[in-house]
Ligand binder design. Structure first.
Ligand code: PLP
Ligand code: COI
Length: 371
């Protein structure tokens, strides 16, 4: 059963939002049981945001509805041609109870870049931010307060027009769902092992690697399954020149003996907001940062000579996690030294201190969602 509330006043973006409350929302006891051990991506809040777009009408009918199945025509273009994009971000509860998110204008801009590449309409940043505020307005109690937990926000957009001709869809849907989150890896911040896939690529020149689109993740699933078989938690990809790109769902940063951080620059990787923030914090501490092509050979020989002392993975879901081992078909790089892991974990600490409001937000990265 649902309860319809009166229409709200126009939002900052000029849209009139309708809020349909979930009459079958979880009870506080049921919610607390979920929040006590959320894991990652397993549980969802009581509501979702849903906005329509059409070629003729633009963005319209923004609403908050009970979380639940989406009804789609079997000919909806997304089901056939994968015209889809998404974002990933988190809402953090501060000690005073307020709720904040991290650099949301960067996510909005990245979603616009993804939209351009996937021939989807660009959602204006104000509507994107408003959509996050709307879901928090109804599901604020789902933002956990235990240390290092958050509410993962998943905005996504897809082609819903029922049409089998291959062209950009004229009808599109945008949603936001939310999922309480603890650590992404079961081991928490323990070093992870990475499988280097050489049989499969994630993206190619001129492809969709820089867009956050489902197909990139679909193509990573088989090599990711190989990674699990090899005892690794993530898969790493190279470009066709043998340069390091990124992991299935995270960016990668190498640590040199002199404290320099080196990370791949390539038009076919996702420009991570976590990576950008970590590199800014490292720059603030006086570390040199290099964004450039890195060949696998550079990592291998650097690890052998002691020039490269470690590596870490970073992304919204996993935050920052040291890499203990890179496993290839005929070689292995093992990073056992404490130096790089300690640096990775101290950057993680500084980043999360900002996100959870434990230290000053000196770069102005936080946006309050519950006010
Ligand atoms: N690379 C890929 C393939 C990802 O899925 C992610 C996660 O979103 C990242 C990198 C890191 O991006 P961000 O730090 O913005 O979450
Ligand atoms: C994120 O970190 O937000 C992602 O989208 C990556 C995925 C592994 C959950």
């Amino acid at each position: 059963m649902t309860i319809n509330l009166p229409l709200q006043a126009p939002s900052a973006a000029g849209l009139i939002w309708q809020v349909i409350r979930n009459g079958e929302a979880k009870t506080p006891a049921e919610r607390d049981a979920v929040l006590a051990d959320p894991g990652f991506g397993n549980h969802f809040t009581d509501h979702m945001v849903d906005i329509c777009w059409s070629e003729k009408g633009g963005w319209h009918r923004p609403r908050v509805t009970p979380y639940g199945p989406i009804s789609l025509d079997p000919a909806a273009a997304v089901l056939h041609y994968a015209q889809e994009i998404f974002e990933g971000m988190k809402a953090y509860r501060h000690a005073d109870g307020s709720i904040h998110t991290f650099r949301p204008f960067e996510n909005a801009a990245r979603m616009q870049r993804s939209a351009r590449r996937m021939a989807l309409p660009e959602l204006p940043s104000e509507i994107f931010i408003e959509s996050l505020k709307q879901i928090i307005a109804v599901d604020a109690d789902w933002v956990p307060s235990a240390p290092e937990t958050s509410l993962y926000l998943r905005p996504f957009m897809f082609a819903k027009e029922a049409f089998l001709g291959v062209r950009p869809a004229k009808k599109v849907a945008y949603y936001v769902i939310a999922s309480p989150a603890g650590a992404y890896f079961p081991g928490g911040v323990e070093p992870v092992n990475i499988w280097l896939s050489t049989d499969y690529a994630r993206a190619g020149k001129g492809g969709t690697g820089a867009a956050k689109t489902g197909g990139n993740y679909a193509s990573s699933l088989l090599p990711q399954a190989e990674a699990y078989e090899k005892g690794c938690q993530q898969v790493a990809f190279l470009d066709d020149a043998g340069n390091l790109e990124e992991l299935g769902g995270m960016n990668i940063v190498l640590v040199k003996r002199d404290g320099t951080l080196v990370t791949p620059e390539s038009p076919s990787i996702l420009e991570g907001i976590t990576r950008d923030s970590i590199l800014q914090l490292a720059t603030d501490r006086g570390h040199a940062v290099e964004r450039r092509a890195i060949s696998l050979d550079e990592w291998r020989s650097g690890a052998e000579s002691g020039e490269i002392v470690g590596a870490f993975a970073c992304g919204t879901a996993a935050v920052v996690v040291p890499i203990g081992r890179l496993l290839g078909t005929d070689f292995e790089i093992v990073h056992t030294g404490a130096e790089a892991s300690e640096l990775a974990l101290s950057l993680r600490q500084e980043l999360t201190d900002i996100q959870y409001g434990r230290v000053e937000d000196r770069h102005g990265w936080l946006t309050r969602l519950d006010a």
